[in-house]
Write a protein that binds this ligand. Structure first.
Ligand code: NAD
Length: 357
């Protein structure tokens, strides 16, 4: 029986609440199925640590993290720390050196939940958004001159390398190929952004020739937002840059019912480094400590992590249990229900335990 070593980084806001719920459910699943083991190590890296020590990740932290099979991450961001400090201090400080270049964001409407779109039945919104996660608009290139002066200048330079674009494009084609519809939409903005985005289009065309069974179409990012709202059934797999896919995937989560259900995987497809799994949402200051955060995004995240580790059967079973609970109407406020984080977690654990009966 395999034992997987999981690093848990709950971090800030509702992060600790949903990660605690995720670990409870994962432990119940491992115990019930008895086909694999999970060992969790907690890392208390957060904005509190940053305020006390001046660093989110202590010296030697990344080396320690590297020894694990996967990382389960909550959310980072605090009201009294600028967001660019927290994001670059923790999340990007892991994603970038670990070359987690593929950010995978599935979205679908769960049984028992509703899309805010009129007439959008569950089967008609089932997407995977593949986001380039290592360069593009979040490469960290740029600078500021003449700080505080009326003539201050700031640049934020997007970086697109052929290597970076080709590897994410291949990953996206493989993802599309593995899904029944074999349909990939390549999203760019190559009318206005005439360098990097044109490179994306060119690389997409080259890579497409290796995947004759995948149907490809091309959209500008602005038009893609309207297609997502008006013709959700026409979409399956989507690939886009770091910034574009970041925005599209939040829209996708909202169209599927709530940002509280969507997962995200930061993958190093070479498997040289551990991959990192997190709910798509942030630290949600407005509901922190109230016990009402939706833990479903973390449960789906946990299922994605199990699938990546090779435990596909356990992954499918977990997601099924979560959908059964939604179908029974045990939903948090963001999905129109009244249940607390604890009540949803207990209901999923009970559903998991039923698997062993
Ligand atoms: N990956 C990350 O760690 C990550 C991602 C996004 C934002 N952030 C950070 O989080 C902080 C807050 O950002 P924001 O307000 O833009 O986004 P957010 O996702 O934290 O919250 C947006 C809205 O969605 C709601 N929401 C989010 N998750 C929910 C859940 N599980 N259940 C119920 N409702 C939920 C919140 O209450 C809020 O109204 C900022 O510091 C930001 O930088 C971090």
């Amino acid at each position: 029986m395999k034992t997987y070593s999981i690093a848990a980084i709950p971090a800030d806001g509702i992060g600790p609440e949903v990660i605690e719920a995720g670990i409870v459910v994962l432990k119940a699943l491992a115990e019930t199925l008895n086909t694999f083991n999970l060992n969790f190590t907690n890392y208390d890296w957060s904005s509190e640590t940053y305020k006390k020590t001046g660093a989110y990740i202590p010296e030697g932290g990344l080396e320690a993290l590297k020894k694990h099979d996967a990382i389960l991450f909550g959310a980072v961001g605090a009201p009294d720390v600028p967001d660019h400090i927290s994001l670059w201090g923790l999340r990007l400080a892991i994603c970038q050196p670990f070359q987690q270049y593929a950010n995978v964001r599935p979205t679908k409407i769960f049984r028992g939940t509703e899309s805010p779109l009129r007439n959008c039945a569950p089967g008609s919104l089932d997407w995977v958004i593949v986001r380039e996660n290592s360069e593009g608009e979040y490469a960290g290139q740029g600078g500021r001159s003449h700080r505080g002066q009326a003539w201050e200048v700031a640049t934020e330079t997007a970086i697109f390398s052929r290597h970076g674009v080709e590897r994410i494009m291949r990953f996206a084609f493989e993802t599309a190929q593995s899904r029944p519809r074999k349909l990939l939409t390549v999203v760019t903005k190559s009318n206005a952004q005439r360098n990097g985005m044109v490179l994306w289009d060119e690389v997409a065309k080259v890579v497409a020739s290796d995947f004759p069974d995948v149907t490809v179409d091309k959209m500008l990012v602005d038009a893609m937002t309207t297609r997502m709202v008006l013709k959700p059934e026409s979409i399956d797999t989507v690939v886009a840059t770091n910034l574009h896919a970041d925005i599209l995937s939040d829209l996708a989560a909202a169209l599927a019912g709530s940002i509280g259900i969507a997962p995200t995987s930061n993958l190093d497809p070479t498997r040289e480094n551990p991959s990192m799994f997190e709910p798509i949402h942030g630290s949600a200051f407005d509901i922190t400590g109230q016990g009402i955060a939706n833990p479903v995004a973390t449960f789906w995240t946990a299922a994605e992590m199990l699938a990546w580790l090779g435990e596909e059967d356990a992954s499918k079973k977990l997601l099924d249990c979560v959908e059964n609970v939604c179908e029974r109407g045990i939903l948090t406020r963001d999905l129109g229900g009244k249940a607390t984080t604890r009540e949803v977690t207990d209901a999923v654990v009970a559903e998991v335990e039923r698997l062993g009966a």
